[in-house]
Design a protein around this ligand. Structure first.
Ligand code: 5RP
Length: 230
């Protein structure tokens, strides 16, 4: 488990994460996202498996979530074995009222997109601070190392300000679970996420960007344990 999931307890994230676990039904195949919010969901699913005999299988989006799920006792499968999922649950870095979201703060957005697009229902879990009128946080972009120079230049050409993500406490770049680099690119206020997503996808060397357009609902947790759903 990484530092990211050993972050200090957040009652808001906990409320959202635990509520989302209640949306999972017996017999479901569940996509398990990455990050500190969905870590609460995974642990709660493990509790339901142990204490309520909940019969589920999970598909993880990262080695980080795989470790949490194994620790929690959530049975796992793969998309190769279970290509269609009933529900996927994941965190986000920011979302707007149209349910566009930016993900990839944990460098796992490529697998997160594949898993969420494989699910009939995609639920984002969040604390209230990530709700925005207009998306504006940096967009994480997974990039083939060989193509990084072209990708950086092309992102500048479409108005972005790209930075290669550095590994914490190490010299050198973050390496994703897929063996690639991550470029974090700011674009200011993102007025048209769909248009920007299409422009980024056209750049050779881009593996996947963190703009998500397939969110069905967002569970926002409050400090008092209640949730709001949009
Ligand atoms: C990982 C993600 C995370 O879901 C996102 O960064 C939110 O993380 P957290 O729940 O820790 O705030 O997209 O790639």
């Amino acid at each position: 488990m990484t530092d990211r999931n050993q972050a200090k307890e957040s009652p808001e994230k906990k409320a959202a994460g635990i509520y989302a676990a209640s949306l999972v039904k017996d017999g479901d195949a569940v996509g398990l996202g990455t990050g500190s919010t969905v870590a609460y969901t995974i642990k709660e699913l493990g509790r339901r498996v142990r204490e309520e005999n909940l019969n589920i299988v999970g598909v993880v989006t990262s080695y980080q979530s795989e470790m949490i799920a194994i620790d929690a006792g959530v049975p796992l499968t793969s998309l190769a074995e279970t290509p269609r999922l009933n529900i996927a649950i994941d965190g986000a870095d920011q979302f707007d009222e149209n349910l566009f979201a930016i993900k990839g703060g944990g460098a796992a957005h490529t697998r997160e997109k594949i898993v969420s697009m494989s699910a009939d229902r995609f639920v984002v879990v969040s604390d209230p601070a990530k709700k925005a009128k207009t998306l504006s946080v940096f967009v994480p972009i997974e990039v083939m190392p060989f193509g990084r120079a072209l990708v950086m230049q092309s992102l500048k050409d479409i108005g972005g300000d790209p930075t290669l993500r550095a590994a914490a406490k190490k010299d050198g770049p973050v390496i994703t679970d897929n063996g690639n680099f991550v470029v974090d690119c700011t674009f200011g206020e993102i007025k048209d996420p769909k248009e920007l997503a299409a422009k980024i996808s056209q750049i050779p060397g881009v593996v996947e960007h963190g703009i998500f357009m397939n969110v069905d609902e967002v569970v926002i947790g409050n400090a008092d344990g209640t949730v709001e759903i949009i």
